[in-house]
Design a protein around this ligand. Structure first.
Ligand code: HEC
Length: 173
């Protein structure tokens, strides 16, 4: 029994001591131009998926889908999100791989995630990535509106498509 506990303690010292040494010696690459490793990616995905599933609201998106609300979502998106997530002009942002982990390009291939998950992520952000928390900058209604826009950005009515293009033009000039 004593031998068993000795083994466990040695294993813990090796694992935590090794991790401490890697951090302390400056061997862990912290630059955003280093892609995350396989294990880091899997663990981070598992943790974020599980946390979002536990905390995201399960309700439907309360914003009615009209040309006016989709146009408003397009304006919010273009002003605040397109620089990282791609916009009307560059569906793939040049910054996509300048972040580690890389940024999902939301209007290039429209994701199917539930609106409640995207609401939670936009409101609270993701620690240790480039995704900010928009709480206090955008109201809850604005967040639901921008989420509705993202989810419908590949099938917009002409009015909203025009508003999106106009917002992109005015952001660039
Ligand atoms: C400064 C860059 C940046 C800006 C600006 C930004 N995001 Fe993000 N966003 C990220 C990064 C990086 C990730 C990926 C995080 C990860 O991989 O865990 C992300 C992830 C997301 C996700 C999850 C996508 C998925 O498939 O899991 C959503 C939804 C999202 N952002 C919405 C938005 C919205 C809406 C805005 C604007 C209000 C916005 N983001 C602005 C960098 C940004």
């Amino acid at each position: 029994m004593l031998k068993f506990f000795g083994g466990v303690v040695t294993a813990l010292v090796v694992v935590f001591g090794g991790a401490y040494l890697v951090a302390n010696r400056g061997w862990f690459p912290v630059g955003a131009d280093n892609a995350p490793g396989h294990l880091e990616r899997r663990l981070a995905h598992m943790a974020t998926d599980a946390y979002v599933a536990r905390h995201a609201p399960e309700q439907e998106n309360p914003i009615p889908l009209t040309p006016a609300t989709l146009s408003e979502g397009a304006r919010i998106y273009e002003e605040h999100c397109s620089v990282c997530h791609g916009g009307a002009v560059h569906k793939i942002s040049p910054l996509q791989h300048r972040f580690s982990p890389p940024v999902p390009q939301l209007v290039n291939r429209v994701p199917r995630d539930p609106d409640g998950d995207f609401f939670w992520i936009t409101k609270h952000g993701y620690r240790l990535t480039g995704m900010p928390s928009w709480d206090g900058i955008l109201s809850d209604d604005q967040i639901w509106t921008v989420v509705a826009f993202i989810k419908h950005s590949d099938k917009l009515p002409p009015e909203a498509q025009a508003a999106w293009q106009e917002a992109a033009d005015s952001t660039r000039s």
